[in-house]
Design a protein around this ligand. Structure first.
Ligand SMILES: Cc1ncc(COP(=O)(O)O)c(C=O)c1O
Length: 486
C-alpha cells in the first residue's frame, strides 16, 4: 500500500547529499521530477561519479512516495548512462569520463559545414479560415465502425518481432492485384506489386533503380514539385508542356536525346487537371517502345472521375514499358503513408532491393489493416461513397463560381479533388490569391508547379477536404475578389 505522503524534502543520506524537492501539484509526474533532479545533480557534479545512491526502497521511504516511482526514475537514468547497476553491491553514479561526455552542452551557433543554406522563409501568414487545399481528402464519411473494427483485429494479432517482406505484405499485394484488375483494368499478380510508403517514395525508388550518369527525365511542366525535386537531385529534368489533352507527347525528344524516364499524371494532370487523351496515350506508348524508355505513371487520384468514362491506365495498355504508381493518400488518407507500384518484372527486383535499403518495408500493421479493409469490401464501398460526396462538392464549386465563368472558367474537373481556375491576363493570380487571403480564403497560385517561367495564369482550388457549405462560402468571396469587389 502507498505510504501516507510526508512533506517531500531533502535526502539525509551521507552518500547522496543533495536535496530532492518533489512538487505533487506541478503537473509533471513525480518519477519525471525525480529523474530530472537526479540528472541535474549528476551533471553538475553535486552527485559525484562513483558514489552509491540509496536503494529504491530507502529513497521511496525518505521521500514518502511509491517505490515503483523511484524504480522507474532509476531505470531511466540507468538506460541513459547516468547510473550504473553493480550486481549485489547497489547502484552508482557513472564514472566521470563518461559523465563528462553525457553532459548536455549548449548548441554551438552556426554556420556548420553540414547545414545546407536554405532560401530565407518569409514570415508565416495567418491560416485562412477556408483553405482550398490541394491533395486533401475528406475523412468525415469514412465508415468508422469498419475502420476501427479492423484496427482492433490487427491490434489483437501478435506483433511480429522480426522484419516483414520488403516487397510488402502478401495479402495486401493480393488484394491490390484484384482491385487494380477490377477498377483500372490493370491485370497483374501479387508478385508484380511492391508496397511503398507512398507515391513519392515509389518515384524515388524508380529513379534510383534506373538512372545512369548520362540519363535524363522528361517531366510535365507544370508538374508535381515534390517528385520533381526528388528527381532533380538524380538527373537533369526536361520540362515537357501540357495542354487540355495532357502531356504534349510530340514535344518529347527523340533519337539520342530521348530521356530514360517520362513522369506523367495521365488520369488528372497535376496540377492543371487535364486527362491524357487516348491518341496521346497510344502515341506515348509507341514513343516509349521505340526509344526503350520507361513511363512513370502517377495515378494519384484517378479513382475519382466525374461525368466521364474512365480511360484505361497506361500500364493497362503497356505493362512492358510503364511503371504504375498508386497511393492510398487520396482514396483514404495521406497520413497512412502507403502506396504501391506495379512494375515490369525486369525492374521489380531492383526496386525491392532499394526499398529494403530505404526503410526495409512499410509498416506491417498498417499493411495488414489495409488488406482487410480491401478484402472486406470496405475500400471500394468507400470509394463509391466518396465519388458521390466529391461530385456534390465539385458541383458546389461550379455553382459558387458560376458568376465568374465568363471571366475565369474552371477546368480540370473531370477527375480528382481539385480544379484549375483559369484567369484572364487582366487579373494577376498572385494579387487575387493575396486578396482572397485577406478575406480568409486560401487558394494556390501556379508558381511552385512550374520549373521555368510561369506560362499559365490561374489559381488552383482543392475542394476535397472542404464541406459543401465552406466551398460555397469560400467561392462567394472569391467571386467578390475576381469581380474587383474584394
Ligand atoms: C501528383 C501527385 N502524386 C502523388 C501524390 C501523393 O503522394 P504520396 O502517395 O506519397 O502521398 C500527390 C499528392 O498530392 C500528388 O499530387
Amino acid at each position: 500500500m502507498r505510504k501516507k505522503a510526508q512533506p517531500l524534502s531533502s535526502l539525509p543520506r551521507a552518500d547522496l547529499e543533495i536535496s530532492i524537492q518533489l512538487e505533487r501539484r506541478s503537473g509533471t509526474a513525480l518519477h519525471l521530477q525525480l529523474a530530472t533532479q537526479l540528472r541535474q545533480a549528476i551533471a553538475s557534479g553535486r552527485l559525484q561519479a562513483g558514489s552509491r545512491i540509496p536503494s529504491s526502497r530507502q529513497l521511496a521511504a525518505t521521500l514518502g512516495i511509491d517505490r515503483n516511482l523511484v524504480v522507474v526514475a532509476y531505470d531511466m537514468l540507468l538506460s541513459e548512462g547516468y547510473l550504473l547497476g553493480k550486481l549485489g553491491s547497489g547502484t552508482f553514479v557513472t564514472h566521470e569520463r563518461i559523465m563528462a561526455s553525457a553532459e548536455v552542452k549548449p548548441e554551438r551557433g552556426g554556420p556548420h559545414r553540414w547545414v545546407r543554406t536554405q532560401p530565407e522563409e518569409s514570415s508565416p501568414s495567418p491560416q485562412p479560415s477556408i483553405a482550398f487545399e490541394l491533395g486533401r481528402p475528406s475523412l468525415a464519411e469514412l465508415d468508422q465502425g469498419a475502420w476501427r473494427g479492423i484496427w482492433r483485429q490487427v491490434g489483437a494479432t501478435a506483433l511480429s518481432g522480426g522484419y516483414g517482406d520488403p516487397q510488402g505484405y502478401l495479402e495486401l499485394r493480393g488484394a491490390l492485384a484484384q482491385y487494380l484488375g477490377r477498377s483500372r483494368g490493370l491485370r497483374c499478380s501479387p508478385a508484380d506489386i511492391l508496397i511503398t510508403s507512398g507515391c513519392i517514395q515509389a518515384a524515388q525508388l524508380v529513379a534510383r533503380a534506373t538512372l545512369g550518369p548520362r540519363d535524363s527525365i522528361a517531366f510535365e511542366e507544370p508538374g508535381y514539385p515534390l517528385v520533381r525535386s526528388a528527381f532533380e537531385s538524380l538527373a537533369p529534368i526536361l520540362p515537357i508542356p501540357v495542354d487540355g489533352d495532357g502531356l504534349r507527347v510530340d514535344h518529347l525528344p527523340t533519337g539520342k536525346a530521348a530521356p530514360l524516364l517520362v513522369y506523367c499524371t495521365p488520369s488528372h494532370q497535376y496540377p492543371l487537371g487535364s486527362r491524357l487523351s487516348i491518341p496521346r496515350r497510344l502515341a506515348l506508348l509507341e514513343w516509349a517502345r521505340t526509344h526503350d524508355c520507361l513511363i512513370v505513371e502517377d495515378d494519384y487520384d484517378g479513382e475519382f472521375r466525374f461525368e466521364t468514362a474512365p480511360l484505361p491506365a497506361l500500364a493497362a495498355l503497356g505493362r512492358d514499358c510503364t511503371v504504375y504508381l498508386g497511393t492510398f493518400s487520396k482514396t483514404i488518407a495521406p497520413s497512412l503513408r502507403v502506396g504501391y507500384v506495379v512494375a515490369p518484372s525486369a525492374l521489380l527486383d531492383s526496386l525491392i532491393e532499394l526499398k529494403a535499403q530505404s526503410d526495409y518495408h512499410t509498416s506491417l500493421p498498417t499493411q495488414m489493416a489495409l488488406a482487410r479493409f480491401i478484402e472486406g469490401g470496405h475500400f471500394e464501398r468507400h470509394i463509391r461513397r466518396m465519388r458521390r460526396v466529391y461530385a456534390a462538392k465539385r458541383q458546389a464549386l461550379l455553382e459558387a463560381l458560376e458568376p465568374v465563368q465568363h471571366l475565369a472558367p474552371l477546368s480540370g474537373l473531370e477527375a480528382g479533388l481539385h480544379a484549375h481556375l483559369e484567369l484572364p491576363p487582366s487579373i494577376s493570380a498572385a494579387e487575387a490569391a493575396q486578396q482572397a487571403h485577406m478575406l480568409g480564403i486560401g487558394v494556390s497560385t501556379l508558381e511552385p508547379y512550374f520549373r521555368g517561367p510561369v506560362r499559365t495564369n490561374g489559381l488552383l482550388l482543392g475542394y476535397g477536404g472542404l464541406s459543401e457549405q465552406e466551398i460555397r462560402a469560400g467561392g462567394r468571396k472569391l467571386v467578390r475578389v475576381l469581380l474587383g469587389r474584394g
